[in-house]
Write a protein that binds this ligand. Structure first.
Ligand SMILES: [Zn+2]
Length: 413
């Protein structure tokens, strides 16, 4: 009886440890940003009908953005693209479907309210397989608009700034990965509008006390090329010939879709709180940053582990790695020996490739600095160019994963 009592007592005493709900620490970054919620404008979902010209366009699907569509005259149309609010980074996302009662050739002028063109249109007949438009059929115009020439017919044509990778498609991709017994997939919370915050845990065994690599993506909805790099990077970790040895020592936790509302609403940049989530890693005013930060902090505590590396996948005009300064007095991560051989290894493994890196210290409340201030982890923003050929995005991401595993496994404590 005494023994049972003692066991029960031990269980009760151990409960608070497992029921703990830690909060990510706040941190006053040198360049603070006000991330309290602001109003956004929702686009009206509709079919735009030009009955006379028999041309129709719609924004009635996830990730769509087409704020207005009208015939100017003859076969010339205007497509109006607006951001969710302002001020905002110029990432003028658009996505719509278009069809016609008859086969014809039309011109569409993109008019960007509060921005200018950034993305070359990608076309698809099924929403899954995409090709960039022929370069002779699209041009940026000096007045800040852009002109596109397309053939329309009764077959629906998808036109989008980048391949559509919405929350449904991302969930399906995660489910596919989770067929691997090393991958767990679940939701760790909800966005402001109630969409799931996806989470994947790559590990063998219970993962306890293994050093953690944290992977983030899609804080910024249009940044599909960064997401594609993350997909190849994660796939490589699972199939690489170093995988077994890697998972003996390391664990990878993935938050692949930090801004599901922004993605599904076709936003240029922000969440439905009207905020750039990658400025909210100081006080976590937005539900997406709050929940992901707390979940990661609790995951680390429960497994008595540490985060050694944080990788946040984004897109911009060109490929670049934003890093923390090399081993210095002001910033010294728990793996100061990692970054240099990793980046050098990537560069050396790709023919005729010059790696682009820019280092800076802790400034605005972005994830790169947060990985360091919260965990003393190495923080890297993995940026992929908007129009980089997709085969190269995949190739480089696989090399980056291979070299990461190599450097981590070769290091002797
Ligand atoms: Zn970004």
């Amino acid at each position: 009886m005494k023994a049972i009592f003692n066991i029960l007592l031990a269980l009760v005493l151990s409960l608070p440890v497992y029921a703990q709900n830690l909060k990510a620490t706040t941190y006053d970054f040198p360049d603070s940003v006000d991330t309290s919620s602001r109003e956004i404008e929702l686009q009206k979902k509709q079919i735009f009908s030009d009955d006379e010209g028999r041309v129709y366009a719609t924004n009635n699907f996830p990730a769509a953005r087409l704020n207005d569509f009208e015939r100017v005259n003859g076969r010339f149309y205007n497509a109006i693209i607006k951001a969710e609010n302002a001020p905002i980074n110029n990432s003028a996302w658009y996505a719509f479907k278009i069809w016609s009662g008859e086969e014809k050739n039309i011109w569409i002028r993109f008019l960007y309210e509060g921005g200018s063109p950034r993305y070359i249109p990608k076309l698809s007949s099924d929403g899954e397989n995409w090709q960039p438009i022929d370069s002779t059929r699209f041009t940026f115009v000096d007045d800040g608009s852009a002109m596109m020439n397309i053939d329309v017919s009764s077959d629906t044509l998808w036109v989008a700034a980048q391949e559509i990778m919405d929350s449904y498609r991302i969930g399906k991709w995660c489910e596919g990965l989770a067929e691997d017994k090393r991958v767990d997939f679940k939701s760790v919370g909800e966005s402001k509008q109630g969409r799931e915050l996806f989470y994947m845990d790559f590990k063998t065994g219970n993962g306890k006390k293994k050093d953690i690599i944290a992977v983030f993506s899609r804080q910024h909805p249009p940044e599909v090329t960064g997401f594609k790099a993350m997909q190849a990077f994660l796939d490589e970790i699972l199939v690489n010939n170093q995988s077994a040895a890697f998972f003996e020592k390391y664990r990878v936790v993935v938050y692949p879709l930090l801004n599901p509302d922004g993605v599904d609403l076709g936003h240029w940049r922000h969440n439905t709180g009207g905020i750039d989530l990658n400025r909210d890693w100081a006080y976590y005013n937005q539900p997406e940053t709050r929940q992901v930060a707390d979940h990661l902090v609790n995951t680390v505590a429960k497994s008595k582990a540490r985060v050694i590396l944080g990788l946040d996948f984004h897109s911009t005009q060109e490929d670049i790695f934003y890093t923390l300064p090399d081993d210095s007095d002001s910033v010294k991560s728990v793996i100061p020996w990692f970054k240099r051989p990793w980046l050098d290894g990537i560069e050396a493994s790709i023919d005729n490739y010059e790696l682009n890196e820019e280092s800076s210290g802790i400034g605005q409340p972005v994830t790169k600095g947060w990985f360091y201030t919260q965990f003393a982890a190495e923080g890297v923003t993995y940026e992929v160019g908007d129009e980089v050929p997709r085969v190269f995005i995949e190739k480089k991401a696989r090399v980056a994963a291979d070299q990461m595993m190599k450097v981590l496994l070769e290091h002797q404590e």
